[in-house]
Design a protein around this ligand. Structure first.
Ligand SMILES: Nc1nc2c(c(=O)[nH]1)N[C@H]1C(S)=C(S)[C@@H](COP(=O)(O)OP(=O)(O)OC[C@H]3O[C@@H](n4cnc5c(N)ncnc54)[C@H](O)[C@@H]3O)O[C@H]1N2
Ligand code: MOO
Length: 400
């Protein structure tokens, strides 16, 4: 049995960011840039107006005041997406829309509300500075400047930045592929009628959903039952299709808990069996041809929590993410926890802000309360050898 942090270290040493692929911009959402993006052109590409108003020469307004306004002749109106027809000459102005290019000759813009129009003339009541109300070409990103650094996650604004610069494909670390199979004779695939003593294979879906949420791509394999040989075969087959393989169930001490033996007979080196925390303690990890086999518990809550603690950081590292672990904050406990205990434990909770973070434990009555897992947005981390933990106690939580 190894402490959680040691288990993580053992696993993290075996993986690294995956290959770089060129991917369509929208398919790359959530993935991580593998190279610096240097702007091939400035953004915005031309000087433009941030307002609806008039563009003119600032020198024409040097003496303008409320008492002695300046009258400029309006030659044209420039709309966004269209170039000016002519130059703004002394004594003239061009109507201009937000986003339209500044016409040659003009060096400032007045907004409509600060002017008055009299027929073909616009009246200006104050002096304007050179460059007043003008967005310069390259004001956001200069040509040749670092637009986005390698390591940047492609969140929506990053996608927008790349689109603004004209990129249709981007270099990203590819998604980790994760093969998943369950063990256990009691499991039925969805779509079959439920039989006595059987349950549907919900862990397969829970883990596939967690893989997707962590930026990976899940490959579903068939249930291996409680058959050691079949479990071993599924591990080997899984490695043919994926970067790592996850099984669920069969890791405890029962006669039919065959995962550990199956990993070994499939030729894997056993890295550890059991991590010193609950739920999910009996998790079993092996390495075969430099790739990981991870046997999560069958207990749905245990599998989900151990995925979050052990597998999610691996997938993030493989995807090139820099932030690998969940944020950890201090919170006040809103209710007594039912029992003390020796082992470090993670308890699903709802955390809200009420003059500081407050944590309400959910599903504390049982280990496998699936429904309560769906409610929570955090995990309370109760250290080992803790006694009773009471309302108001300061505790650490991981924000999911
Ligand atoms: N004598 C002992 N028994 C157990 C111990 C122990 O130390 N001594 N540890 C307990 C703990 S803690 C856990 S956690 C579980 C781990 O068991 P397994 O990983 O071997 O899980 P299974 O026995 O296969 O299943 C547990 C439970 O979950 C249901 N299950 C299994 N797979 C799925 C699935 N794909 N989808 C939905 N539900 C699933 C299964 O039917 C069982 O009810 O061992 C304790 N026992
Ligand atoms: O380790 Mo088991 O996961 O407590 O339910």
């Amino acid at each position: 049995m190894v402490p959680l942090e040691e288990a993580r270290q053992i696993l993290m040493k075996t993986v690294k960011p995956l290959e770089v692929v060129e991917m369509d911009l929208l398919k790359a959402v959530g993935l991580v840039l593998a190279k610096d993006i240097i702007a091939p052109r400035p953004f915005p590409p031309f000087d433009r107006s941030p307002l609806d108003g008039f563009a003119f020469r600032s020198v024409d307004t040097t003496r303008a005041s409320a008492e002695n306004p300046v009258k400029l002749y309006i030659t044209e109106t420039i709309y966004a997406g269209h170039a000016a027809k002519g130059r703004v000459e002394p004594g003239t102005a061009a109507g201009i829309a937000t986003g339209a290019p500044i016409p040659p000759g003009a060096d400032c813009v007045a907004r409509f509300e600060d002017t008055r129009q009299e027929g073909q003339y616009v009246i200006i009541y104050k002096p304007f500075r050179q460059d007043e109300n003008i967005i310069q070409a390259g004001e956001e990103i200069a040509g040749g400047e670092l637009a986005l650094p390698a390591g940047q996650e492609l969140n929506p604004p990053a996608v927008a930045t790349l689109a603004a610069l004209g990129y249709t494909k981007v270099p990203v670390y590819r998604r980790p592929r994760v093969s998943i199979f369950s063990t256990g004779d009691e499991l039925l695939p969805l779509g079959r009628p439920l039989l006595p003593g059987k349950i549907y294979n919900s862990n397969l879906y829970a883990i596939a959903a967690q893989v997707a949420e962590a930026g990976g791509e899940a490959v579903l394999q068939e249930n291996a039952g409680d058959d050691e040989e079949l479990v071993g075969k599924q591990f080997i087959k899984g490695l043919d299709m994926a970067d790592l393989v996850i099984s669920t169930g069969g890791v405890s001490v029962g006669k039919r808990d065959v995962v550990k033996k199956a990993m070994e007979s499939a030729g894997a080196e056993l890295l550890f069996w059991k991590v010193a925390c609950k739920p999910g303690k009996p998790v079993t990890c092996g390495l075969r041809e430099s790739r990981l086999l991870i046997g999560l518990s069958g207990n749905p809550a245990a599998a989900t929590v151990m995925f979050t603690l052990l597998v999610r950081p691996l997938l993030r590292l493989m995807s090139g993410q820099r932030e690998l672990y969940l944020p950890r904050v201090q919170a006040r406990l809103a209710e007594d926890l039912p029992k003390g205990g020796k082992m470090r434990s993670f308890i699903r909770a709802v955390v809200r802000w009420q003059d500081g973070y407050v944590a309400w434990p959910v599903g504390k009555k049982g280990r496998g309360m699936l429904k309560s897992l769906a409610e929570g947005n955090a995990l309370i981390d109760i250290p080992e050898k803790h006694g009773f933990v009471k309302t108001g106690d300061s505790i650490e939580v991981l924000l999911l």
